[in-house]
Ligand binder design. Structure first.
Ligand code: HEM
Length: 753
């Protein structure tokens, strides 16, 4: 397209408009400030034709790479054989600065040096103050239409497809910290709806540490590394965290979720997501309901074991982001259903006695079922981590018509905080123009100028009211699909710094969560509290937290107290009478195992035909087979992915053994400490270690042929979840059934009921 055309078209319209008002203004007279002659009265409604507005692209409509914007997509990337400056001048030399002689000082004149170094100096932007470490992916949201009755939001109408970008994150760690730390995970979704962007900024836990946003700096200062030595990184096992949560007991519910297996997810793909707050939906008839948003993963909710999480922190700190990207690239697209719990919008804003404005409380699914309203599929990884995952900016105030906020005091504070922080993190007020943040809906605002302004705005009247731009832009009327601020009645009341009385209950739902856990999950929670408190220096903090545990459950308190070597205190509040919510437990059901990793130990003596058959079956089941062999390259004609030196049990969800490999030449402690104390083992010690670790981590193990000997050597033959068979195919089928339940917890009988 000829780039002069839009400008010409505008000129034509302006001239036509001007000619109509003969003798007042003509384009021949320079300096006419408006796009059309103003009227004396303020224009209050749009009229035909609307005054022209130039499109707001760059004057010469070029991409950031200098190509024309209407060039074919392939021509828009950086291209050409030659290195250039950012202005497109070809460079002869980028390896030597311009100096006053070979040994002389660098000249200020060296503009290429200055451009290169200045740009480098500014390559980093400040990391997010929380949720610094994250991984993102693009996808598609398809609405079921089941929410049409309760909201007018267009993207929730039946069959509507909306592009999305999701960013998963940890809260506490720095950008370079490990993925598998014990922490809450962020699950933020940007829906690019055609009525404006909707950001659902969620977590993988349905409650929060605090009830009022004014406490956010306190909890984060307490949970981040100590300010003097800046340790420990990305974890809550330290004095300041436990000091705060034991004093500020409304944090106890979220803390229990962190100490549960939810704090160490197996994968982003196996996490639930929760909007936490109660939102208000409004439909076409202006009727409202209150809702809580839930993401339900297709693969079920699964976790790592604590030892796996710790090992992975060193062996593969990128475990979660690798898993996400690998799954998408392999076509095992992660999926979630979006669901809502729906409550009547009553003046009390409560349901079944639960205050819906208290973000430390859930509504059990048994009382208000989660109703599915759409499906999310992540199907594309970012092309550039920085441009997309780092620069994406979420905000709770990004709401389309049909979704509104409530007075939850945590939510209200968040409405301020996100934009405020993004002003500095993204260098000014124009971050909504960064490619990943651009809405997929028409924008016609009156925001102008500022750092990093990309738009070249036309017109002289970015203010209201105006007459110079024909009054444009106009507020949308009642039937013109504007955002609805629901006119909620705010009771006349004194201005106070106070919570509702209902916010004072800090223990009943923590007890509900504890009593909803299966015995093995309770064991994990006991161990987590004991580990974390055991890492604290100060006795007073441990004693104070034990008091909270006593108020939650005497068994939990006694078990943790025993581990700490302290007496278990008596409760100071009556133990709440609660009905457990089985939906909170992660175990006891079966789930698909798409994208799981199957380690297969082989050596040249193994049944390689059988191994080939298993590999094909693993791929066919949507999982990934990784061959582990004495050396790299090929075994037979099968490609090897891991060797005994490079592989480690924590990478695999199940382990299959097709051979009993004898120790390889590098199986000596001086070369590989995993070998352990040298002995004359018949089986390579690294293979035995893999079996032992997989067994400890409650993973399914299968063997056939020579592999059966390894099970016997490792002392695990015949134990729960360890299967043998005559062929690889038979063993794989049995192991697949075990994997559906995620772990073989029967291996470890629990000591608590
Ligand atoms: C229900 C409670 C909360 C949830 C579910 C939540 C969730 C999240 C998530 C998922 C992110 C990461 C967004 C991303 O991937 O870029 C985030 C970032 C952030 N949150 Fe929250 N948060 C909560 C409470 C709060 C509160 C109370 C405040 C402050 C008053 C706050 C301030 C921030 C800030 C400043 C960021 C960094 C944003 C950025 O730099 O772009 N959050 N939060």
């Amino acid at each position: 397209m000829d780039s002069s055309k839009p400008a010409k078209a505008v000129k034509d319209v302006v001239e036509a408009a001007a000619e109509k008002v003969a003798g007042v203004l003509t384009p021949d007279v320079p300096g006419a400030p408006g796009s059309a002659p103003p009227t004396v009265e303020e224009p209050t409604t749009p009229h035909d034709p609307l005054p022209p507005k130039a499109e707001q692209g760059a004057p010469e409509t070029r991409t950031p790479t200098g190509a024309k914007t209407d060039a074919p997509a392939i021509a828009k990337g950086q291209q050409g054989a030659f290195l250039t400056t950012s202005q497109g001048a070809r460079l002869r030399d980028t390896d030597h600065s311009l100096k006053a002689g070979p040994r002389g000082p660098i000249l200020l004149q060296d503009h290429h040096f200055r451009e290169k170094i200045t740009h480098f100096d500014h390559e980093r932007i400040p990391e997010r103050v929380v949720h610094a470490r994250g991984a993102g992916a693009h996808g598609l949201f398809t609405a079921y239409g089941t929410a049409e009755k309760v909201t007018r939001a267009g993207f929730l109408k039946k069959g509507r497809e909306t592009e999305v970008f999701v960013r998963f994150s940890t809260v506490l760690g720095s950008r370079g910290s490990a993925d598998t730390v014990r922490d809450t995970r962020g699950f933020a979704t940007k829906f690019y709806t055609d009525e404006g962007t909707f950001d659902l900024v969620a977590n993988n836990m349905p409650v929060f540490f605090i009830q009022d946003a004014i406490k956010f700096p306190d909890i984060i200062h307490a949970a981040k590394p100590h300010p003097d030595r800046e340790i420990p990184q990305a974890q809550s096992a330290h004095d300041t965290f436990w000091d705060f949560v034991s004093l500020h007991t409304e944090a106890q519910h979220h803390t229990m979720w962190n100490m549960s297996d939810r704090g160490i997810p197996r994968s982003y793909r196996t996490m639930e997501g929760f909007g936490v707050h109660t939102f208000r939906l409004v439909n076409a008839a202006d009727e409202t309901v209150l809702v809580k948003f839930h993401w339900k993963p297709k693969l079920g909710v699964h976790s790592l074991t604590w030892e796996e999480a710790q090992m992975l922190g060193g062996i593969d700190p990128d475990f979660h982001r690798r898993d996400l990207y690998d799954a998408i690239e392999a076509g095992a697209y992660p999926e979630w259903e979006l669901g809502i719990q729906v409550f009547p919008d009553t003046p009390e804003e409560s349901f079944a006695g639960i205050d819906l404005l208290d973000p430390t409380k859930i509504v059990p699914e048994e009382l208000a079922p989660v109703q599915p309203i759409g499906r999310l599929t992540l199907n594309r990884t970012p092309r550039n981590f920085f441009a997309e995952t780092e620069q994406v900016a979420f905000h709770l105030g990004h709401l389309p018509p049909g979704i509104d906020v409530t007075n939850d005091p945590l939510l209200q504070g968040r409405l301020f905080s996100y934009v405020d922080t993004q002003l500095t993190r993204l260098g000014g007020p124009n971050f909504s123009q960064i490619p990943i943040n651009r809405p997929h809906a028409p924008v016609n605002d009156m925001l102008r100028d500022g750092f990093h302004q990309h738009a070249v705005h036309a017109g002289v009247a970015p203010y209201r009211p105006n007459s110079l731009d024909g009054g444009n832009p106009f507020p949308a009327g009642d039937d013109e699909n504007a955002f609805v601020d629901v006119p909620v009645t705010v009771a006349e009341a004194p201005k106070v710094r106070a919570n509702p009385v209902s916010f004072d209950d800090h223990y009943s739902q923590v007890r509900l969560f504890w009593l909803s856990m299966s015995p093995v999950e309770k064991e994990h929670i006991i161990r987590a509290y004991t580990f974390e408190l055991g890492k604290c220096y100060h006795q007073a903090i441990k004693e104070r937290q034990l008091q909270s545990l006593a108020n939650i459950d005497p068994v939990l308190c006694a078990e943790v107290a025993t581990g700490l070597g302290l007496p278990a205190p008596q409760p100071t509040v009556p133990l709440a009478e609660v009905t457990p919510s089985p939906a909170l437990s992660q175990v006891g059901r079966e789930w698909p195992s798409d994208g799981r990793m199957v380690g297969i130990v082989v050596d040249p003596d193994a049944d390689l035909d059988g191994v080939g058959e298993v590999r094909r079956a693993v791929f066919a089941a949507g999982m990934v087979p990784l061959l582990i062999a004495p050396h790299g390259g090929l075994v037979g004609d099968l490609p090897v992915q891991r060797t005994f030196a490079t592989g480690r049990s924590v990478e695999f969800d199940v382990l299959l053994l097709a051979a009993a490999p004898t120790p390889t030449p590098d199986a000596i402690p001086a070369r590989d400490a995993k070998v352990g104390a040298a002995d004359s083992a018949a089986v390579d010690p690294r293979v035995l270690l893999m079996v032992e670790e997989c067994w400890r981590h409650a993973k399914a193990i299968g063997a056939w042929g020579g592999g059966v000997t390894v099970l016997e050597r490792a002392g695990v033959a015949g134990t729960p979840g360890v299967v043998t068979g005559d062929s690889g195919a038979e063993v794989f089928t049995a192991v697949q059934q075990l994997l559906a339940a995620h772990r073989v917890w029967e291996r470890f009988p629990a000591s608590v009921a």
